[in-house]
Write a new protein. Sequence first.
Lengths: 179, 159
Amino acid sequence: MTDAQQFETFMRNYQNMVYSTAMRLLANSSEAEDVTQEVFLRAYERFGELAGSPTAGGWLKTVATNLSLNHLSRYRSRWSFFSELFASHPEGGDTPEPEFAAEVDPGEELEARDRQELVERALQKLPAAQRVPLVLYHLDGLRYEEIAEKLGVSLGKVKTDISRGREAMRRKLRLVLES
Amino acid sequence: MKPDHDQQLEAAINAELRPLPEMVAPAALSDRVMRAIEQRARLPWYRRSWQTWPVAWQASSFALLLALFGGLCLGSWELPQTHTPALALHRVGEWLSGLHMIGNTLDVLSRAALLVVKKLGAGVVAACLISMALGYALCVGLGTVYFRLAFEKPKERSL
C-alpha cells in the first residue's frame, strides 16, 4: 500500500470526527469542509508521526477545534457584528426559534435519529457566542476555566453564555425535552 | 434562576448532546483533500511551508536568519560606540537623504492642507469629514445587506 493510500485510509477513519468537530463549532458546512481539509493537510505533513499513533484522534480533534476557533475569530467577527445589528432577537441575542410544523405531536415518540437531528439543528441555530462554549463544555468535556482560556474571555462570560445557550436550547427543544 | 433548575437543565442538555453521533462528512471530501495534497506536492519546495523544506535548505535558511539577526544586533551596538561619530552620522545621513525628500514633500502637503482649512473654515472641513464618515458607513451597510442577501443560506425545511 502506498503512502497516499495509507493516508486515504487514515483520513476515512477520522474524517467524520474532524468534520463533526468543525461543523458543530462553525455551523456552516462549507467552512467546516475547508477546516477539515486544512486539518488533514497538516496531518499529511506529519503523517509519519501520526500513522499508528494512539493519540492521532486527539491530535486531529485539537487541531480541528483550534482551526475552527481561529476561523470564527478571524473571519466572522466583523460580519457577525453587522448581522446581529440586522437580526431582531427579542431575548438578548438568541436566534428565532426553529419552526416546528403543526402536525408534530408533542406526545408522539420521535425516532432516535429524528430526535438527534432536531438537537443538531437547534444547536446549529444558536449564535456562535453561545454555541461554541456549549459545544466545548458538553461535547468536548472542557471545564469552564479551560473554555475561558481557549476563547480568551472571562470566566463569568463563559458561564453566562453557556447558561443562555442552555436556555435557548431548552426553548428550541421543548418538545423533545418534554417527551 | 434557581440552582436546581440550572442543574436539571444542564443534565437535560447534557443528555441530549452527549449521545449525538458523528456527522457524516461529505462523500467528496476525501477526494478534495487528496487533490489538494497532490497540488501541494507539485509545488516547488520553496513555496511549501518551511517545515517541509529539505533539511539542507532548512539549516541554511536558519543560519542566514541567525546571521542577519546577529549582524543587526552587532550593528546597532557598534554604531553608537564608533570613534568617528561624525563619519557614521554622515553615512546615515546619506542613507536617509531619500527620507528627507519625502519629509519635505509631506511638509509642503501639510502646509497646503492647513491653508485650505483656514480658507474654507472649520465648519466646512467638519462637514466634509462627517459626509466621508457617513459615506463609509453607507458603503459598509450596503455591503452587509448585499452579503446577507447574496449568501443567505436557504431556509431549512421545517419539521
